[in-house]
Design a protein around this ligand. Structure first.
Ligand SMILES: *Cc1c(COP(=O)(O)O)cnc(C)c1O
Length: 392
């Protein structure tokens, strides 16, 4: 098994800054590298592995499905896809689901939906407002929506029709919106931007203004959705009624899948408007169905609320003893500590001591563990973090 670091550098495109470890196995909230070293995983594949590793119900359902049917075209009805969609609709305010394979793809679908919604009202209603420090993905539409020049600069020109408002600043938003705006795409907690929660009054005001201009309120829940904040979707914590949301990351707990949900008002796609060969295939939607059942029927959501509050409390305590921590922010099991040092220093120390964490923004270390993590494991996280901060 050795030599994969060198082989990876030789054969795989250099589009990631990788840490030199090779993970080969996982169980519960722990992963193991090829040398047998154990890591507590507070990264979870970047907020993906909601049910942790080797989850019995997920593994069993997937194994059964592998033997039955991996893939069939959307030219036919797919039971697993319909059941996953039914769970999403019956547990939300949305009416319809479109499945795809990633967060960027879910946002592409939302952007196309928004343009069509706008054009149905007036040919010029095509503009989309997004936020500074947002992140919506790497494909051209999603990249154009992403309000961070560092992601766009080498790939200009991006798509036209986007403008970027200052997050949590209602005046900045009011200056940009007009009758030609078809949608607003926004995160209720900016994830990649540095775990920056939206202000409740601000988000509600954005929603009100969207209604006044007949622009769709589209919430990117790719990172915040699927139980991460203790509710199925994070917007529920802010008493919002979005027209569209996008999902991916945790939806398949490791099996690639994305989704766009919309209310009947925004349900404007007709056959041939949008499609995806793999979108919602039997294997991926089997995973989504298990994840949703665990969250909704097995009460994993209240577990997240409880352990999320515990993690936040422990991080706040840690801030009191370490000057290097300047802020603790987040909700549920999506927490970040803002630091005076580069996050990479802390991430590397933690890896050395057997814990995976991930940076966010310029100066934040983020904690997005599997949703099944327990309090003892959070204590272990805090103790490794403490040791790492001491050595800075
Ligand atoms: C990760 C992320 C995306 C992109 O998802 P991919 O599956 O990598 O395309 C989009 N939006 C948000 C908020 C994300 O966190």
């Amino acid at each position: 098994m050795s030599g994969y670091v060198e082989l990876g550098q030789k054969y795989v495109m250099n589009s990631y800054n990788r840490f030199p470890i090779v993970v080969t196995y996982g169980e519960d909230v722990y992963v193991y590298d090829d040398k047998g070293k154990k890591y507590l995983d507070m990264c979870a594949g970047i907020a993906v592995n909601a049910l942790g590793y080797s989850h019995p119900a997920l593994s069993a359902a997937l194994k059964e499905q592998v033997d039955k049917l991996l893939h069939i075209s959307n030219l036919y009805y797919i039971p697993q896809q319909i059941e996953a969609a039914k769970l999403l609709v019956e547990n939300s305010l949305f009416d319809k689901v479109f499945f795809c394979n990633s967060g960027a793809e879910a946002n592409e679908a939302a952007l196309k939906l928004a343009r069509k919604y706008g054009k149905n009202i007036n040919e010029k209603k095509t503009k989309v407002i997004t936020m500074n420090h947002s992140f919506h993905g790497r494909t051209y539409g999603a990249l154009s929506a992403t309000g961070q020049t560092k992601y766009q600069k080498n790939f200009m020109p991006v798509m036209e029709g986007f403008s970027y408002a200052e997050y949590n600043n209602i005046d900045s938003f009011k200056e940009l919106i007009d009758q030609d705006t078809c949608a607003v795409l926004i995160e209720v907690i900016q994830g990649e931007g540095g775990i920056i929660p939206g202000n409740k009054e601000y988000l509600q005001e954005v929603q009100k203004i969207c209604h006044a201009y007949d622009a769709l309120l589209m919430i990117d829940e790719v990172q915040t959705g699927i139980g991460r904040t203790g509710t199925l979707f994070a917007f529920e914590n802010f008493d919002l009624q979005p027209d569209v949301i996008t999902l991916a990351k945790a939806l398949g707990s490791g099996v690639p899948i994305g989704a766009m949900l919309c209310t009947s008002k925004a349900d404007v796609f007709v056959p041939a408007d949008h499609a995806s060969t793999f979108g919602g295939n039997p294997l991926a939607t089997t995973a989504a169905k298990v994840v949703l059942e665990e969250l909704i029927q097995k009460d994993l959501l209240s577990h997240v609320k409880e352990v999320g509050a515990y993690l936040e409390g422990e991080l706040v305590k840690l801030k009191e003893s370490f000057d290097v921590i300047t802020d603790v922010r987040g909700m549920g099991l999506m927490q970040g500590i803002e630091l005076k040092v580069a996050p990479k220093e802390v991430v590397s120390k933690c890896i050395e001591k057997g814990m995976l964490v991930v940076g966010a923004g310029e100066n934040v270390v983020r904690f997005v563990p599997p949703l099944v993590i327990n309090k003892e494991q959070i204590d272990e996280c805090i103790s490794i973090l403490k040791e790492s901060l001491k050595e800075l």
